[in-house]
Design a protein. Structure first.
Length: 486
């Protein structure tokens, strides 16, 4: 059957509609991130670019025949399970990744192995639509700080570094999130992959250029950060200390992209001879196999049905025991909690607790906006994993920009499971929701309010944490869509 056959187009439209229905929440959330984040604004262009790449080969595509592939079916099922797991754990980026990979496997299933291999790049390029990569920010901040200090020392500028704070004789700088270079890296990856595909015919050359497109912006951002500090040093803090350093950054990044293209052009392949051979996935006499796409349709709707069986607390209708609390002295912040308490005892130890449903219609415990300390005011000096009655807890020592020390201790609790790793906590939230072992999670933390030595803080925090009686969670979850909480 040709790809333009009405029966194929009808089956294609039905499956795409079913896919969009299953992943409607993920798609809406993905578009919302594109609209509000400059880092991922390129997501609007990914699908048009993939369609344009297909349109460039439209003569072959229209004339080709298709035969569904069984090979893509288990991959599609696995991607749907990942989407269900992400929904249960409220891992938005994983759900969005599942949406895109499911679309890729669904298209592969429909058009067959040969056509899918021919158009592997337009299909794989859809992955750049997923707004992911922000977990690299802490690592990129460290790399940027290292490069900055390294070049300053080479240049002979006196420098002292404390975590992400860089001090020179004329002032102090912080390698903030905006200085990490994540925007440059993600944009360079998307542009570099497209340039490599259009410029090179051999896969190994495309891979080498893609690695180059990932490496160059990291190095360039380190040089950019060094340049900002150096300009501020030699101008006595007159230039490159305000919003102008962001302008310098984008201008510098534009030059780096031009440099990347210029270098890549030296190794460009010649234009290939037009290939008029049509890719027939099946012989002219073969019939279109409806069995494979017919199986994928119930898979989509089963995952949709199972996702809506997961209990969810509708916090948009009624908040439970969520009393307002003042800002903590070390900046811990967890929004949209079902229950949140904060207090300071007579010994000067501050206590914080926030309770969440594993699945709720607004907010989640593990998210980018929830932090265990204010990263703008404090830098991490050291961390240490401790054991409290056999359960994991994390001890964090902080120092402010003016040298003030602070220590705090925290742990996550999901049912009977305790953790300090956010990824493990997310996994246990999903597992507890799917198996119905527990529907609630919480974050517990204590901090020393008064100024004491770090060596004394550990034991005092341990004693304080053990002495606190955390009451059991008594909320009852309801299915999504109910208007009340019992």
């Amino acid at each position: 059957m040709k790809i333009t056959d009405n029966r194929f187009l009808a089956m294609f439209s039905l499956l795409i509609f079913a896919w969009a229905l299953v992943y409607q929440d993920a798609l809406v959330a993905m578009e919302a991130i594109w609209s509000r984040s400059d880092t991922f604004a390129h997501g609007y262009f990914i699908l048009p670019i993939s369609l344009w790449l297909l349109w460039r080969d439209k003569a072959n595509l229209i004339a080709s025949t298709v035969q569904p592939s069984w090979l893509a079916l288990p991959l599609l099922a696995g991607s749907l399970f990942v989407g269900l797991f992400a929904y249960a754990a409220d891992i938005n980026v994983l759900g969005q990744l599942s949406a895109v990979t499911s679309l890729i496997f669904l298209l592969w299933l429909l058009i067959g192995n040969k056509l899918a291999w021919r158009y592997k790049f337009p299909l794989a390029y859809l992955l750049f639509a997923v707004p992911m990569g922000e977990n690299l920010i802490p690592w990129l901040q460290d790399v940027t700080a290292w490069f900055t200090v390294f070049f300053l020392k080479i240049n002979g500028i006196p420098v002292y570094v404390d975590g992400l704070y860089i001090q020179i004789p004329t002032g102090m700088f912080e390698v903030a999130v905006a200085c990490s270079g994540i925007r440059y890296l993600i944009a360079s990856a998307a542009v570099g992959a497209l340039y490599g595909h259009l410029t090179y015919q051999k896969i190994h050359k495309q891979i080498i250029f893609f690695v180059f497109a990932l490496t160059l912006p990291i190095l360039a951002n380190g040089i950019r950060a060094y340049g900002i500090v150096a300009i501020a040093y030699y101008s006595d803090m007159e230039y490159a200390t305000g919003a102008d350093h962001l302008i310098y950054g984008w201008l510098f990044f534009g030059l780096i992209i031009m440099l990347m293209f210029w270098i890549g052009g030296f190794f460009a392949d010649q234009e290939p001879v037009a290939d008029n051979e049509k890719l027939n996935a099946s012989s002219p006499k073969s019939q279109f196999n409806y069995l494979v796409p017919s199986i994928s349709l119930p898979l989509l709707f089963i995952s949709f049905y199972l996702a809506h069986l997961i209990p969810s607390v509708d916090v948009s209708k009624k908040q439970l025991n969520n009393t307002e609390v003042s800002d903590s002295s070390w900046g811990i912040n967890f929004a949209n909690a079902l229950d949140k308490t904060q207090s300071i005892n007579e010994s000067g130890v501050e206590r914080f607790r926030a309770v969440y449903a594993n699945k709720q219609t607004q907010g989640e415990m593990i998210s980018w906006e929830n932090v265990t300390h204010d990263h703008d005011k404090w830098t991490v000096v050291s961390t240490k994993t401790l054991s409290i009655d056999g359960q994991s807890a994390m001890l964090v020592h902080l120092r402010s920009i003016n040298g003030q020390p602070r220590s705090y201790l925290y742990q996550y609790k999901v049912g009977d499971f305790y953790a300090v790793n956010e990824n493990k906590t997310k996994l246990m939230q999903a597992w507890n929701s799917l198996t119905r072992q527990s529907d609630f999670s919480e974050i517990r933390a204590v901090s020393i309010v008064e100024l004491i030595d770090f060596d004394l803080a550990e034991q005092r925090l341990l004693d304080s944490f053990k002495s606190i009686d955390f009451p059991a969670v008594s909320f009852q979850p309801v299915l999504k869509g109910n208007s009340t909480v019992e």
